[in-house]
Every structure is written in structure tokens, then in C-alpha cells.
Design a binder for this molecule. Structure first.
Ligand code: MRU
Length: 356
């Protein structure tokens, strides 16, 4: 990822938050400015910004915005708690949202009576962004070791720079493999109904000159069964104690197809996406989105008017189908209860310093 575009940035002159409007990709790169909490919350709900780590970063900046734009004499405590509540109601599945809001809550609690409280909140949001990029680079380095030269890699949805502060998780592994001199070819599932793979993964890999071929989701099992895919790698919205992985709807089917053909299925999961408080994937709240994403492509209706529609946005891949979980602290393998708990206990290094 070069400097030609970015996913999200704080604009100190505003103060405001700039986000690349992902609804308009790949047709145009447009950066609306958000100046209040409600605007940021709606941007998350409406998919201007999406992807677990990016949602967390946007929410953190939304909280910082609440105090940075507080009118003189306003009850800043009430503004922060209102912001935390509103942003927590945007999307339920990605745990990074709640993780980032918890960081902002803790930071506010420690500085609220001090004169530099606003700057401290902004510094925390900015740290969440910068750490995320460094974490993805570390994760990518661990994952690249699992990618053979010449690999044909299937990915689902978009777990790239667009879904994070930069570099990406699943796409970070691919970027790191390419940077290590490996030749790769990527198959990007189009990812119905919202088409994150067709629009976003294809766009960002093409920007980097990485060989990418978009396939319909329904073609994935076929290509895997014919020996045309060497491994699959996906991101995650929430990975729980037993290693069950929640990710974009359709991921489970990819994992089953990989299992049937005995090829590796990897999940790229920063530690901020682990929710070790939940015992298994059945406990993960799964977002159901508007039927319109299924019934329409653009303004054109595909389905008969009045027909029943379901639109679950995520599914859960049972850990027995997950070959390994790649984190910034190393690669976890089954039994995940022990391997993930061990990784979570490793004292975090400041990845920003290592990768500066
Ligand atoms: O509905 P989305 O586009 O927010 O879903 C995104 C995904 O499922 C990603 O794979 C996941 O958030 C990992 S992003 C590093």
C-alpha cells in the first residue's frame, strides 16, 4: 500500500475524521469529513468504513471527536459516555469495536479532570490506528512463512488495508509474502451480497500490482476441489476461546471445501480480535443486515417483490476446520484453548517501535 490513498485519518484542522467512502469503490476515491459522533456512527452502520479493526479505529476517533468539538462549558463526561453508547450500537459482531471503545473509556477515566484530557483522548485514538498498522506488519511476517512460493491463495471478503488502519491482516500476509520475494496468485471471492471481494479486495490488490482474479463465491469449492487453490486465508471479526472464527458470511463454506480437499485454511487474527471471554462461536452475536443488500444490485431489484429474505452478515467456522490462527505474536494451532490463551498472555511489544 503506497501513499496514494488511506482508509481513515484524523484531520487536526477540523477537527474532523476523514474516511475513504468504501461504498463508492472502485469507481472513485472520495473522502467525506465527519465532524460529530452521529456522523461517525452512521458511517460505520452504512459501510462507509468496514472491517473489524477499521471499525474500532473509527469508533475511537468518534469518541475523540466528541470532546474535541465540545462547546465551552459542556458536560464532557456526559458527551463521552453518550459517544461510547452510540458507537457501541453500530455493529454487533466485530469485537474490535468494543475493544477500542473500552480503551477510550479507560483513557478518559484516567484523564478527565486534567487540562490535557482532549489531547489524551486523541492520542489514544491515534495510537490505536498506528499500533494496528504495525501489528498487521508483524502478523504478515508470521503468516508469510506459511505461504509457499508460487502459491495460489483464496481469500474471502476484504481483510486488507481497507479493513484496518493499513496493510491488512489476511492481505497483510499476502503483502508480506510478496515482499519476501514469493510469487503468488490471489483468488478473491466476490463475497455476496455486499461484494467486498469483487470491489475492495480486487481494487486494493490491483493498486499494489498483486495478481488477483475475482471469482463468484459459488466457484470457490469447484476450484479448490480441482486442485487450483493451495491455501485459503481470511480475516476475522471475532475469534473465541476454542478457536471458532467469526468472519464474513460464506467463510464457513470455504473452510469446509478446504477441509474436504485437505488444503490449509488460515485465519489472520490480531490479538484485538480475540474474545477469550466467550467459550465458543455459538455465543457470538451475528449481525443481520438490511434485506436490500440481497434484493438489489444498485437500484435494480433482483428478487420478486414481497419474497422472504435473510441477510446474516457473518458466519462461524468451527475451529476443527481452521489449520492455524495467525496473530502478530505468533501462529496458534489446535488445541486453541491453550495456544490462544498462551499468546494472549505474552506481554505486547510496541510493534510501532519494531517496525518504525
Ligand atoms: O461486513 P464487513 O465488510 O465489515 O466484514 C468484514 C469482514 O468480515 C472481514 O473479513 C473482517 O472484519 C476482518 S478485517 C481485517
Amino acid at each position: 500500500m503506497g501513499d496514494s490513498w488511506f482508509t481513515i485519518r484524523w484531520d487536526a484542522d477540523g477537527p474532523a475524521v476523514l474516511m475513504l467512502d468504501q461504498r463508492r469503490l472502485p469507481a472513485e476515491a472520495h473522502y467525506p469529513r465527519y465532524v460529530d459522533v452521529e456522523g461517525v456512527a452512521r458511517a460505520i452502520e452504512d459501510m462507509v468504513i468496514r472491517g473489524a479493526p477499521a471499525i474500532g479505529i473509527a469508533a475511537a476517533m468518534g469518541v475523540a471527536l466528541a470532546v474535541a468539538r465540545a462547546p465551552a462549558g459542556a458536560d464532557r463526561d456526559a458527551l463521552v459516555s453518550g459517544a461510547l453508547d452510540r458507537l457501541a450500537r453500530t455493529r454487533p459482531t466485530a469485537v474490535n469495536l468494543f475493544w477500542a471503545l473500552d480503551r477510550m473509556r479507560t483513557r478518559w477515566a484516567s484523564v478527565r479532570d486534567e487540562s490535557g484530557a482532549t489531547a489524551a483522548l486523541l492520542a489514544e485514538a491515534q495510537a490505536i490506528l498506528e499500533e494496528d498498522v504495525a501489528i498487521n506488519r508483524a502478523l504478515g511476517a508470521h503468516g508469510a512463512a506459511l505461504v509457499p512460493d508460487g502459491a495460489r491463495i483464496l481469500t474471502h471478503c476484504n481483510a486488507g488495508a481497507l479493513a484496518t488502519g493499513g496493510y491488512g491482516t489476511a492481505l497483510g500476509v499476502i503483502r508480506a509474502a510478496v515482499a519476501a520475494g514469493k510469487r503468488v496468485r490471489v483468488y478473491s471471492d466476490e463475497t455476496r451480497p455486499y461484494l467486498q471481494g469483487a470491489r475492495l479486495t480486487a481494487w486494493e490488490l490491483q493498486q499494489d500490482g498483486i495478481d488477483v482474479t475475482v471469482i463468484p463465491d459459488v466457484a470457490a469449492a469447484h476450484l479448490i476441489s480441482r486442485g487450483e487453490v493451495d491455501l485459503a486465508i481470511v480475516g476475522s471479526d471475532r475469534t473465541v476461546r476454542n478457536g471458532d472464527v467469526a468472519n464474513k458470511i460464506g467463510t464457513y463454506g470455504v473452510a469446509l471445501a478446504c477441509h474436504a480437499s485437505t488444503i490449509p485454511f488460515y485465519a489472520a487474527v490480531p490479538v484485538s480480535t480475540l474474545d477469550l471471554g466467550l467459550a465458543h462461536g455459538g455465543l457470538i452475536p451475528i449481525e443481520e443486515r438490511t434485506p436490500r443488500e440481497v434484493t438489489h444490485v444498485g437500484d435494480r431489484q433482483l428478487t420478486p417483490v414481497g419474497v422472504g429474505i435473510r441477510n446474516p452478515a457473518f458466519d462461524v467456522t468451527p475451529s476443527r476446520y481452521v489449520t492455524a490462527i495467525i496473530t502478530e505474536r505468533g501462529v496458534a494451532r489446535a488445541p486453541y484453548e491453550t495456544s490462544l490463551a498462551a499468546l494472549a498472555q505474552i506481554r505486547p511489544v510496541d510493534e510501532r517501535e519494531k517496525h518504525a
